[in-house]
Design a protein around this ligand. Structure first.
Ligand code: EPZ
Length: 433
């Protein structure tokens, strides 16, 4: 297993280009199944989950072409297989997103039941209930969801819980359903809006994406389209927190600042000086120690759960005590124990972590458990007084494109050690800044 070795104590300075959003790219690539014409997607991030999604589409029979500029063309004209197998779904939970498109266009889908993951049980009842309302029928056999539909029809759906991929699955299914579908209590994340924009570009008729009420008028078929996905707001937030934690001055480029409002507000509260432009955000700590902040995660436009671990880490070296309350997932504090092993002062009370800042963390050998927790540990290494070794960093590669190159480019002392013990140099993998 690869490891990251981080030597702390270096304030970060400089510009970093933010890649395309993982959580936009995945549903948008899968939306190609809705059309027999090619979908071209640009600004696709070079991530393990994207590779898995392209592998899944290929196994279903779609033709996938990837060029060197990370533009992907998917042509789903000849999809002949409707089965998302266990090993694919187990690798990437977002595979569940094939349900809606396959049912809408082909009337059938077999998808392995996704298990839970490190951060929670991750149920999919809302996906199933919504697709049933649209006319689909479901059986379970050998751990697989067997779904069929003669022809999906419009429905008025109220989602009991705000679900990002639940909203995306139902929105995609409804694009080809007969009649109008209304989704109430829909997720409002920018990635949902990006998917709706792409679907409308393919000829769908969707209104209200970005609000809690989305209205979809079904059409007979979707056509080809070229779409550029939005920037990864979580990657951007992660590098801004790295700048705040190290007392540095960091600019993230090629982003949509309007998608970062809740995060920027908390960074401002921590004492950072924030400036924004049309497609960039700059954070300058002027060498100051951050102040503790209080955070309660919530669906967009609230504070994103995917930034919870990073801000908890910021609090661990800030002045004062801050509370971090996780309301979305039931087990998203596994980074706490690893931070405590580095000297953090954290007291847990149910779904709230009370973090009292310490003057400095101590380097340690730590283990990543999930995608965002591993990013948090990398950031902790940046501020630790000695060396930190992070194990099981395959989690980090699922959501961060070339994290060690991007952090090194900002002045961090971080290297990746491969299994064989060789140290990765600045690889040509790293896209031009
Ligand atoms: C998406 O996951 C993201 N993944 C997650 O990002 C993100 O953390 C999450 O939304 C919340 O913002 C992708 O977009 C690929 P949910 P998703 O359905 O859609 C409950 C990352 O780090 N729920 O919005 O799977 C669920 O238990 C990943 O990039 C049901 O009860 O999350 C949770 O409490 C991690 N029934 C809440 O809804 C359902 O049928 C929100 O989950 C579905 C969800």
């Amino acid at each position: 297993m690869d490891q990251l070795i981080v030597k702390g104590g270096y304030p970060l300075h400089g510009n970093v280009r933010i890649s395309g959003a993982k959580n936009s790219g995945l549903p948008i690539l899968i939306a190609s199944l809705l059309s027999e014409y090619p979908l071209r997607v640009s600004n696709i991030p070079h991530l393990q989950d994207v590779t898995t999604a392209l592998d899944l589409l290929g196994r279903l029979g779609a033709k996938v072409e990837l060029d060197e500029s990370m533009t992907v063309e998917v042509n789903a004209r000849r999809v002949t297989n409707f089965r998302a197998t266990y090993e694919i779904v187990e690798t990437m939970r977002a595979s569940i997103l094939v349900l809606g498109p396959l049912l809408a266009r082909f009337g059938q889908a077999q998808v392995s039941m996704p298990g839970g993951c490190a951060i929670g049980s991750r149920p999919i009842g809302l996906h199933i209930a919504g697709l049933k309302a649209l006319g689909a029928k479901f059986d379970m056999e050998d751990g697989y969801i067997q779904a069929t539909a003669h022809k999906l029809h419009g429905a008025h759906i109220f989602m009991d819980v705000v679900s990002v991929t639940g909203t995306e699955n139902l929105m995609m299914a409804a694009t080809l359903a007969k009649g109008t579908t209304v989704i109430e209590n829909a997720a409002q994340e920018p990635e949902v809006v990006d998917l709706a924009d792409c679907l409308n570009g393919m000829g769908a008729c969707i209104e209200g994406a970005g609000t809690s009420k989305i209205i979809i008028d079904g059409v007979d078929e979707l056509h080809g389209h070229s779409h550029t996905i939005i920037a990864d707001r979580i990657e951007a937030g992660t590098y801004l927190v790295a700048g705040a934690a190290t007392g540095g001055d960091v600019r993230v480029r090629d982003v949509q600042p309007e998608n970062l409002v809740a995060v920027l507000e908390k960074l401002n509260d921590s004492g950072a000086h924030i400036s924004t432009g049309r497609d960039w955000v700059q954070l300058n700590m002027n060498g100051r120690r951050p102040k503790s902040v209080n955070v309660r995660t919530a669906p967009f436009p609230g504070f994103p759960t995917d930034m919870q671990a990073q801000v908890l880490m910021l609090n661990s070296i800030a002045s004062g005590t801050g509370s971090i309350t996780e309301t979305i997932f039931e087990n998203r504090f596994q980074h706490v124990q690893e931070l405590q092993r580095m000297g953090a002062n954290i007291a847990m009370n149910g779904s709230t972590a009370f973090v009292t800042g310490v003057d400095g963390l101590k380097g340690a050998r730590v283990t990543a458990t999930d995608l965002r927790a591993s990013a948090c540990l990398a950031l902790a290494g940046l501020v630790a007084t000695s060396q930190t070794v992070i194990q099981k960093i395959h989690h980090i590669d699922r959501g961060y494109n070339c994290i060690e190159e991007k952090l090194s480019q900002l002045g961090a002392h971080i290297t990746r050690v491969h299994d064989s013990g060789t140290t990765a140099s600045f690889s040509s993998l790293y896209e031009a800044v």
